[in-house]
Design a binder for this molecule. Structure first.
Ligand code: MSP
Length: 515
């Protein structure tokens, strides 16, 4: 049987500021999925990167007094450094200024043109530079600015400006029926369900043709045959997923990884990914991605992160304060994937002390240090299963099933809930059998209890790897698990009795809030 393949992407970030916790969250969640699939026997391609063209970047570069390319070259570095700090296992970090991408976007344009879907016209309407999005009048909301004047804002609450210019248009209106048919025939295309409902209603309400080029600035990919125009930045940006599908780096439209299995994006950009993107692909005669998952927004203590509120947190600093795996664990455990979630220093300390120090760390430390102290660090032999072993086995059987069901359904938080159920069952087994007391009365039984506990710990740590790759690798070293016995195929392969274990060292110390 051939190895199943899985192509997963994040949205590509605008590098017009420093990366924030929202970027970190999306990268972590997508990395967890990519690592899960690799451990589960898939050949995975994982794409992430930066979205570097368009008016927003052009304006930011001007404000910084730099040429746009020099500006983005400097601004991309912190995004790449953040990915390294977060241990994001991407296969390619694409920049939309990469040469293979330009060639691909122009080829895509030509396919859409050949299909008769592009025509020259004149755009007169609203545009939000912050969202890089066109809005119909009816979508706008009115608000008061600081001076008490009534202003129009986009549905995302960003300023809009009246824009009039010659533009190429894409016949989006012609795709309404096909989009609705797609949503209805492939209900998993938009997840979770709440986003599906919203997008279906939006498309059912009717679609106008979409302006897909600009002439008032030049920072973008030129329209083939009409170089006064640069392409609309979202057409350029969405096509990154096709560019990244060609692992040879040639920028061919026939990339061997296409179609993507999963685009992970934030809820604010679901429309671009589930309306414009499939319509562009249909127009070009290309296959459609299988799923677009719109995750929620991360809030700082329940509030939107914004420069004006002064609550923008540097994720790199969070990594240095808490450690990468505590941050990864917290965000996946505490935020229901798909919904908005909140973080604070207190919550991170509390959650990770409970789950990691008291839960997994305690389990590993207590059993490993008893093996070191009482058995010379030699892996003991399992005994015949009695009642408490059977109970433990049942809890692990059910917990493992629940873990896989949740992870395959992208319910990362429920995967961790299942894992914590197993941690609690194993800690209960250890407490009930009190091996520290057996050390004085029945060493043979003590050894059996330790063997069962260590194997339960091994299973837990194997399953925790997508969430905390570094800490789990250190724990698996201590548990004597060979490097080639760490994927999910090895779940039922215990460490051989008699193996010499290295001296244990705590992996999850308790932490406190610094004053
Ligand atoms: N460049 C576009 C995406 C193009 S994809 C072809 C963009 N960039 S962004 O930098 O604004 O956002 C990048 C991703 O981060 C998006 O998926 C966005 O939804 C997500 N998030 C931005 N702020 C966020 C939070 N506060 N919380 C969680 N995710 C957030 O949009």
């Amino acid at each position: 049987m051939s190895t199943p393949r899985f192509y997963v992407t994040t949205a590509i970030a605008y590098p017009n500021g420093r990366p924030h916790m929202g970027h970190a969250y999306e990268a972590i969640a997508t990395d967890v999925i990519a690592r899960f699939k690799r451990l589960d026997g898939h050949d995975v391609r994982f794409l992430t990167g930066t979205d570097e063209h368009g008016l927003k970047i052009d304006q930011a570069a001007r404000a910084a007094g730099q040429a746009p390319k020099a500006y983005v070259d400097a601004m991309v570095a912190p995004f790449q450094a953040l990915d390294a700090a977060l241990e994001i296992s991407f296969d390619r970090f694409i920049r939309t200024t990469d040469p293979d991408h330009k060639a691909l976007v122009q080829a895509l344009w030509q396919r859409m043109a050949a299909n008769g879907d592009l025509y020259l016209g004149r755009y007169e309407g609203w545009y939000s530079v912050r969202d890089e999005a066109y809005y119909d009048e009816a979508e706008l909301v009115e608000a008061q600015d600081a001076a008490g004047t009534t202003v129009k804002l986009s549905p995302q609450g960003t300023p809009v400006e009246w824009t009039v210019e010659e533009s190429w248009f894409f016949r989006l209106s012609a795709y309404q029926e096909r989009l609705l048919a797609l949503y209805d025939s492939q209900p998993g295309f938009i997840q979770p369900q709440s986003r599906f409902n919203e997008m279906r209603a939006f498309v059912a309400g009717g679609l106008s043709d979409l302006s897909v080029s600009r002439t008032s600035f030049s920072w973008g990919i030129p329209v083939p045959g009409d170089e006064r125009h640069v392409m609309y930045v979202w057409l350029d940006a969405l096509a990154n997923y096709l560019t990244g599908a060609d692992a040879s780096g040639q920028g061919g439209l026939d990339g061997e990884w296409w179609p993507a299995d999963l685009h992970v994006v934030g809820k604010d950009v679901v429309r671009f990914h589930t309306v414009y993107w499939p319509a562009f692909l249909m127009s070009a005669g290309l296959a459609l991605p299988k799923t677009v998952f719109g995750h929620g927004f991360l809030l700082n203590r329940g509030e939107k992160m914004s420069k004006s509120l002064g609550n923008v947190v540097d994720p790199a600093e969070m990594v240095s304060r808490f450690g990468v795996d505590r941050l990864r664990w917290y965000l996946c455990r505490e935020v229901a994937f798909g919904e908005d979630g909140s973080y604070s220093d207190e919550a991170i300390v509390e959650r990770t002390n409970a789950d990691l120090a008291n839960g997994i760390g305690n389990l590993a430390q207590r059993s490993l240090s008893m093996v070191a102290k009482n058995l010379g660090g030699v892996m003991p032999t399992r005994g015949a299963a009695g009642d408490s072993e059977l109970r433990l086995k049942q809890a692990f059987h059910d917990g493992t099933d629940a873990y896989f069901a949740a992870m395959n359904a992208l319910a990362l938080h429920r995967g961790l809930e299942a894992l914590m159920g197993m941690v609690n069952a194993a800690n209960l087994y250890f407490a009930d059998n009190a091996p520290w007391a057996l050390a004085k009365t029945d060493v043979a039984r003590m050894a059996e209890v330790l063997a069962a506990t260590l194997d339960a710990t091994r299973r837990i740590v194997l399953l925790a790897q997508p969430f905390m790759p570094g800490s789990c690798a250190r724990l698996l070293d201590q548990l004597g698990v060979a490097a080639d016995a760490r994927d999910f195929n090895a779940l039922n392969t215990p460490v051989a009795a008699g193996a010499q274990l290295p001296p244990p060292a705590g992996v999850f110390p308790r932490i406190t809030l610094e004053s």
